[in-house]
Design a binder for this molecule. Structure first.
Ligand SMILES: C[S@@+](CC[C@H](N)C(=O)[O-])C[C@H]1O[C@@H](n2cnc3c(N)ncnc32)[C@H](O)[C@@H]1O
Length: 335
């Protein structure tokens, strides 16, 4: 006898963060949406189940699409999966869209795979590339100048011992290349005091900084916000979830400037003429996880959601020096 079963979606290894408040804030959902950070697909499924006609789901990590194979077909041509970066989401979409969601950073699936090299808790190659291409963390750590390493650790990780750690990395690599996550962890740990109970692992800030540099995360973020502005229809919604204050600051400044009519002058940039706001902030303040979500998923603690609605004013390119981008990104290009 053959048993016929309806395939249930597999339990997601990634618990989505702030999905409920996103769906509540953008309801009713219809039309075409871009999920610029597909990951385990929880946002995409949430949007499709809430009524989106089409979701264009983008991720720079090609491995995430294999994990979606078991359920993606069930949505037929309402779901389009694209390997790419959200910095190009307007070109990938190829049409004006009703909404864009971005859930920044790495997924727990990426963190949990030792061979990806993202985690300081797991031995693996020092890789940290979300996509399969470009220089790895080992390439960066073994070739960048001491000064650049210190800048990366300081500006992207807010590591106060950046200079000391950069010096130690350069001393260690003169003996032998640093090839593994644990090799880097040992170097960092030797430069910092033992953490007190409740403090984070000493390598947390260094790993965050190197991952951000390897993936050009701030260049991607600035370009992604600009691309979303170009892609959204009047009335279209933008929802961005950030995981640390450096990211949230960039999103906040971008949206404040794009929602202002004052020209956004600063002491670094001359004031421009009055403009029509390109976004309205809906709501004005960021949304954090509520107690229920925090109980179910303590990883949501630092997550912040900002939502804005596009007006009919033409898209503009902001002066990126006004966005509070950490310093080293201004030297590099967006990949
Ligand atoms: C936090 S996870 C998203 C999880 C997803 N919202 C969910 O609930 O299943 C972030 C994902 O975005 C991808 N990603 C990060 N930066 C990207 C970029 N610039 N362009 C495209 N994908 C990116 C990562 O590879 C990762 O899979």
């Amino acid at each position: 006898m053959t048993l016929t079963r309806v395939a249930a979606p597999p339990a997601s290894p990634h618990i989505p963060v702030l999905l409920r408040p996103i769906l509540a804030a953008v309801a009713p959902v219809s039309g075409t949406w871009v999920d610029g950070t597909f990951g385990a697909g929880s946002y995409t499924r949430g949007l499709l189940d809430a009524g989106a006609d089409l979701v264009i789901a983008i991720d720079r990590d090609p491995t995430v699409f294999d994990l979606a194979k078991s359920w993606a077909g069930g949505y037929g041509d309402r779901l389009r999966l694209v390997e790419g970066t959200f910095s190009e989401l307007d070109e990938i979409a190829g049409e004006l869209v009703d909404g864009v969601v971005l859930d920044l950073g790495v997924s727990s699936m990426q963190l949990d795979q030792p061979e990806r090299g993202f985690s300081f808790l797991r031995e693996g190659p020092l890789d940290m590339r979300m996509s399969a291409s470009g220089p790895s963390a080992a390439d960066l750590v073994n070739s960048a100048s001491e000064e650049d390493l210190a800048d990366i650790l300081y500006h992207y990780g807010e590591e106060r011992q950046a200079r000391r750690i950069a010096r130690a990395i350069c001393r260690a690599r003169a003996e032998a290349p640093i090839e593994t996550t644990t090799g880097l962890v040992e170097i960092v740990e030797r430069q910092l005091p033992r953490p007190k109970p409740g403090q984070s692992h000493p390598a947390t800030r260094s790993f965050q900084a190197i991952r951000i540099a390897v993936n050009d995360e701030f260049g991607q973020l600035a370009a992604g916000l600009e691309a979303a502005e170009r892609a959204l229809k009047p009335g279209g919604k933008l929802a961005v979830v950030t995981f640390h204050s450096l990211e949230d600051r960039v999103v906040k400044r971008y949206l404040q400037l794009a929602a202002s009519s004052g020209g956004g002058g600063s002491r670094y940039a001359p004031e421009r003429g009055p403009e029509t706001p390109r976004f309205t902030l809906t709501p004005k303040k960021p949304i954090a996880a509520d107690d229920d979500e925090l109980r179910a998923n303590p990883r949501a603690r630092s997550a912040r959601l900002r939502i804005a609605t596009r007006t009919d004013a033409p898209a503009e390119v902001l002066d990126r020096t006004q966005l509070g981008l950490p310093a080293p990104v201004l030297k590099g290009d967006t990949r």
